[in-house]
Design a protein. Structure first.
Length: 184
């Protein structure tokens, strides 16, 4: 179970806030696009993160406890509620002041059954295309372009200049420890 840690300000007064009940590792805003292939987006984060992202209109009355606040803007439905941090254990009432919010964004013109059928139709279309002569030829062209880029030294040198694009080389293990020799 997560415990609220006491925090004090400069005057030494305990000002434990709802942010203290967040579990470690929930430091960044999480955005889930199309969870479970449903036509919606979900934002999970602190109040400051959601406001900073610009998805909460100024002057919004934030709900108390685990109540929710819903509104519509530009034909899109929004629903905001407090969320127990993922992986947190304990009674829900222990998280009633927790600064962890869940915002669901949906398009009311889309419904789950129709959207699910449309996605399955698109997947089936792609699979059927991949079995045609044209699809096989397109896949072969894609493989040729991939291997051509892998062999292109100038392109690989350019990629190496972009931080994070090319992972650092993995360190090789000592052969003696891999085979089990060398252990005491």
């Amino acid at each position: 179970m997560l415990k609220k840690l006491p925090t004090t300000d400069a005057s030494g007064v305990d000002n434990s806030s709802a942010a203290d009940c967040r579990s470690p590792g929930l430091g960044e805003l999480t955005i889930l696009l199309r969870p479970s292939d449903i036509a919606m987006a979900v934002y999970v984060g602190t109040r400051a993160q959601l406001e900073g992202e610009g998805v909460i209109p100024p002057g919004t009355e934030w709900p108390t406890g685990f109540a929710s606040v819903c509104w519509q803007a530009n034909g899109i439905d929004f629903c905001l509620k407090r969320e127990r941090p993922e992986g947190a254990k304990g009674r829900q009432r222990e998280f009633v002041e927790c600064d962890n919010w869940w915002l669901r964004v949906t398009n009311p013109r889309l419904n789950w059954p129709d959207e699910s059928i449309r996605l399955q139709y698109m997947k089936l279309g792609r699979l059927l295309y991949q079995r045609t002569q044209e699809g096989i030829a397109a896949l072969n062209r894609q493989h040729e372009m991939y291997w051509s880029a892998r062999r292109d030294e100038k392109y690989q040198a350019f990629k190496a200049l972009i931080p994070g694009l090319v992972p650092p080389p993995r360190k090789r293990r000592n052969r003696r420890t891999q085979s089990g020799v060398g252990h005491d």
